[in-house]
Structures are given as structure tokens and as C-alpha cells.
Design a protein around this ligand. Structure first.
Ligand SMILES: *Cc1c(COP(=O)(O)O)cnc(C)c1O
Length: 410
């Protein structure tokens, strides 16, 4: 069987194949493998936003707040089972970076400790925020090597460390960390854990509760297809909620916001982690993607994700290794998320040459090209096309005709 025939067979047997039709696809030839950066537009998100503009804003005006006011908690409850949380443990608000600041600050205040542990492979915004929170607590951010195992995390802990904050799936390597074991070593030294699920939510089942996680945050605009700049989520385990106070006391976190009281009393539930008025259009836009993910089910999504990345790695090994391209993502499917990162010395021009050939992957400095596989709309044929076109580019030196210096959005 040729690779093309195998791809066709894998696509024909794919139980999620028809879900692709629920997305707006304006260019069927575009090989979009950047859903880990910005997911595609669900057709229903488009119609929901347009209806909200016309009916709720245009006609309902301020009266629409009656149903807008708890939109964030309704979507949070919808998202909760996808990440292993219970209703009432997830809120949709603000940005991932802001939620990280709120929860990390709350955790440090609760433990009274000074230092935070993360790893060098974490997303830069996470490192900057965690560093500022640790310094405000009178301590510092301690950096482990990228993608640490539980033993390395345990080795970095002592009675000064109040918080371990890691990305469950690395935005760079795609490695999936051992959540349960890391929570266990952290708790053994009285340290709280805060997980960034940006590259996990919507791509794989996350067992926040069964794994003993304390806190989590993440984006809705990646695998959850929530739309550019869509509000982020936060998770606080139920039994911790009342013992944590976040640093930004705003009226949406008040126990009775419409009392317009002079003094702040935080809500007793997850609402205490809110700050101010949510961006309603973006919130509405984020709903369809989360609903679709819940409807399809996170287990079938993970099954297809593993099959897609397995297929891509097999093809990359056969067609790309000889051209100086290496797979840096873990080969054990249990230890990776839904992206595969390839290393090449000319990764930036290669990513540009791919774009010129309608393969959208992205570049991560200094030498990685990331291919994100979104099981709701990517196909096995697209994975094959991406490898074949990459092979043509690096074999012919096509990429050498593109600027070597990085510029713009990568
Ligand atoms: C995408 C991503 C972010 C983005 O944060 P914003 O506040 O939405 O800009 C943060 N952390 C991680 C791990 C990410 O992957």
C-alpha cells in the first residue's frame, strides 16, 4: 500500500471525519496544522456571535445582562468534565496570563512561602508572571530543566517553595508531564500545584481531580476553538476555594455584586476569582467550540490525536531524518500532547516555505517547527501532505530563498 492509500484508509475509518463539516473551511486546500495556536472557526460560533450582536446587543441592550451575567459560569460547567473538574470548580474569565497571576498570588499568600518552581520549557508569559509573583512574595522563581519528571520536581522542593507551576503539555516539545506523581511530591512538602492546561484542554482528557491537582488555568482559543483572544479558564478545587483570596478584588468577585457595597466581601464560591465585566461577544464565541468538544467526547478526540501524531512521526522518520530534520516530541504516545515538533537548523525559513505551499505550521525559536493536530478537523491525508511538502522543501533547499531573519508573528 502506498502512503497515500494508507492515509485514505485511515481517513475512511475515522469516526470523527464528519465533524470537520461543523467548521468554516474557506480554502479546502489549506493544510492547517496550527490549531494549537488558534483553532478553526466553528460555524455555530459565527452564527451565535452574529445573533448576539443583532438580537441581544442591538435589540435587548442592557436587558440582555439577565442572561449574560452567568454565561461564564455556565460555560465553565460545560468545560469542567473535559478537564476532570466538577461543576462549580471552573470559571471563564480574563486571560491565561491574568488567571495565572491571580491564582499564583493567591497560592503564595495562602502558604506564606516565598519561592515558586517551574521549568525552563514553560511558556515565557508563565515564567514572567511567576517570577513577578515570587519576587512580590520576597523570594524567587526556581527553574528546572525543561519537561521535568516527578523526581526532578521533588528534588527542587523545600519549605521555602509555596507553589509548583508547570504546563501539563509543553508548548515547545509537546511533552506531557506526570500530573499525578508531581502533585504527590509537591503535596509531600506542603507545596500547592498550579497547572497550565493551554496545550491540553480539548486535546486530551485531563484528570485534574483524580490526579490531585490544586489549581489550573488555560486558554480556550487553542484546541477548544474559542476564537482569537477568547477568555481563558481557571480551576480551583472546591475544598480550596474559600481558603484562597486572589489579589484583584473586583465587583464580579463580590458575594453580592449588585448590593454595590462599600467594602469587598469575596463570594464563597468560584466567583471570587472573577474581577470585572466579561467580554460578552468573545464569551459567546467561545461557547460553540467547547460544546462541540463536549458533544464529541474527549476520549475519541484523544484516540484520534494519538493516531494522527503516531502517523506523522512514522512518516517524518521515514522521509525527513535523512534531510537533517529530527522529531523532538516524545515517541511514547502516553507522554505527548497533540503536537509534534521537528528540529531543523533552518526552522524559520522552513516554516515560511511551508506557508508559501499552504501548510500552516509554526516556528518556535530557535530551531523548531511545530505541527499541531486538531482531531476535530485535521485529516490523516493532511499529515501526509505536511511531511511530503516538508521533505520537498528541505531536499531541494527551497527554504533558502526565504529570509533567514525572523520577523512578525511566528
Ligand atoms: C498560549 C499560552 C498562553 C497564552 O497566554 P495569554 O494570556 O492568552 O496570552 C499562556 N501559557 C501557555 C502555556 C500557553 O500555551
Amino acid at each position: 500500500m502506498t502512503w497515500g492509500e494508507r492515509a485514505a484508509e485511515l481517513d475512511a475509518r475515522d469516526p470523527l471525519a464528519s465533524i470537520r463539516d461543523e467548521f468554516v473551511v474557506t480554502d479546502p486546500d489549506l493544510v492547517y496544522l496550527d490549531g494549537n495556536s488558534l483553532g478553526r472557526l466553528p460555524a455555530r460560533a459565527r452564527s451565535d456571535v452574529l445573533a448576539t450582536v443583532d438580537d441581544d446587543w442591538g435589540d435587548g441592550l442592557v436587558r440582555s445582562w439577565d442572561h449574560w451575567v452567568d454565561l461564564g459560569s455556565r460555560i465553565g460547567d460545560l468545560l469542567a468534565p473535559l478537564i476532570g473538574a466538577r461543576p462549580g470548580e471552573v470559571a471563564i474569565a480574563d486571560q491565561t496570563s491574568v488567571n495565572l497571576f491571580k491564582l499564583a498570588s493567591a497560592a503564595m499568600a495562602a502558604t506564606g512561602r516565598t519561592d515558586i518552581v517551574t521549568d525552563e520549557g514553560n511558556f515565557p508569559s508563565d515564567m514572567y508572571v511567576l517570577d513577578s509573583v515570587a519576587r512580590a512574595a520576597g523570594g524567587r522563581l526556581r527553574l528546572l530543566p525543561a519537561d521535568p519528571d516527578p523526581r526532578m520536581v521533588g528534588g527542587a522542593l523545600d519549605e521555602s517553595v509555596g507553589l509548583v507551576s508547570l504546563s501539563l503539555v509543553s508548548f515547545r516539545s509537546g511533552a506531557l508531564l506526570h500530573q499525578a506523581a508531581i502533585n504527590e511530591v509537591a503535596h509531600a512538602s506542603g507545596t500547592l500545584t498550579l497547572w497550565d492546561l493551554s496545550h491540553a484542554a480539548g486535546a486530551l482528557p485531563v484528570g485534574l481531580r483524580v490526579n490531585g491537582s490544586d489549581l489550573a488555568i488555560g486558554c480556550t482559543y487553542k484546541y477548544l476553538n474559542g476564537g482569537p483572544g477568547a477568555p481563558a479558564f481557571l480551576y480551583v478545587r472546591e475544598d480550596l476555594q474559600r481558603s484562597l483570596t486572589q489579589p484583584i478584588a473586583g465587583w464580579w468577585g463580590h458575594e453580592d455584586m449588585f448590593a454595590f457595597a462599600t467594602n469587598y466581601t469575596p463570594a464563597a464560591d468560584i466567583r471570587r476569582f472573577l474581577i470585572g465585566t466579561p467580554p460578552v461577544l468573545s464569551l459567546v464565541g467561545a461557547t460553540a467550540g467547547i460544546e462541540l468538544t463536549a458533544r464529541v467526547g474527549i476520549e475519541p478526540i484523544r484516540t484520534k490525536s494519538v493516531a494522527l501524531t503516531e502517523w506523522f512521526i512514522e512518516l517524518a522518520d521515514r522521509a525527513l531524518t535523512e534531510h537533517g530534520v529530527d522529531v523532538v516530541t516524545p515517541r511514547d504516545a502516553e507522554r505527548r500532547g497533540s503536537q509534534v515538533a521537528l528540529r531543523h537548523a533552518d526552522a524559520w525559513p522552513v516554516s515560511q516555505a511551508l506557508r508559501a505551499r499552504k501548510v500552516i505550521a509554526d516556528f518556535r525559536a530557535p530551531d523548531l517547527v511545530r505541527f499541531g493536530f486538531a482531531p476535530l478537523y485535521n485529516t490523516f491525508a493532511q499529515a501526509l501532505q505536511a511531511v511530503e511538502i516538508t521533505a520537498e522543501i528541505v531536499a531541494s533547499g527551497d527554504h533558502l530563498g526565504f529570509p533567514a531573519a525572523r520577523r512578525g508573528v511566528t
